[in-house]
Design a protein around this ligand. Structure first.
Ligand SMILES: [Mg+2]
Length: 210
């Protein structure tokens, strides 16, 4: 199976819906140790996806991801906009004018996404940030079978586990850092939204947007 532009539309639309559905919960989590804006930011990012997605019918996947990246970078919302914008820009980096994506290219895209983030943040696994979901996701994708659905499923499972693992971590980045051990027991909000992104992508397997 190859990921067509229709498949990617489905994946991004599903992720946007999940972000919208979980916006209130994300805002609540972020209000514990952050500034509480992550739900609003995620809603804005979801709207940016929905606004861009129809253009994917007529343009390259690279063009779509680059335009989406620029939209998301421009969102005012602390660090989340630039971080997700950078991730999407990195996904586009290995592409040229493809209109379909195979497993090898999907793995390269995910590696491009995390590589772009490595350039702009020092956060790594254990620091209680979105990287705790994204780094394991990309690593699991890299070693998954050469099948696009297997790659997405592996990334989704690893991001969910990585997100859960943040409950047992003390925040080391951002505003949450000042709360120290009080952050134990609560997942990192960026890791939650990152895991939801993959969960949305993985809905492609069921073929239904939930
Ligand atoms: Mg915030």
């Amino acid at each position: 199976m190859l990921l067509s532009r229709d498949s990617l539309s489905f994946m991004f639309r599903s992720a946007a819906l999940l972000w919208q559905k979980n916006a209130a919960r994300l805002g609540e989590i972020d209000s514990r140790f952050g500034d509480g804006d992550h739900g609003v930011t995620v809603s804005k990012m979801a709207s940016a996806i929905v606004s861009r997605i129809d253009g994917l019918k007529d343009e390259s996947i690279k063009g779509f991801l680059e335009a989406l990246s620029a939209d998301i970078m421009a969102i005012n919302g602390g660090s989340a906009g630039p971080l997700y914008g950078t991730f999407f820009e990195g996904l586009a980096a290995p592409l040229s004018d493809e209109t379909e994506i195979d497993a090898a290219l999907l793995k390269a895209m995910l590696a491009g996404g995390i590589g772009a983030l490595f350039d702009i943040t020092k956060a790594r696994v254990g620091d209680k940030t979105m990287m705790d979901a994204l780094i394991p996701a990309v690593e699991a994708a890299r070693t998954a079978d050469d099948d696009v659905l297997a790659v997405i499923a592996a990334a989704t499972k690893a991001s969910a586990q990585g997100c859960k693992d943040t409950e047992n971590m003390v925040s080391k980045f951002g505003r949450a850092r000042s709360y120290g051990e009080q952050t134990l027991g609560v997942p990192d909000v960026g890791a939650v939204s990152a895991a939801l992104l993959f969960e949305g992508f993985n809905n492609l397997k069921e073929g239904t947007v939930q």
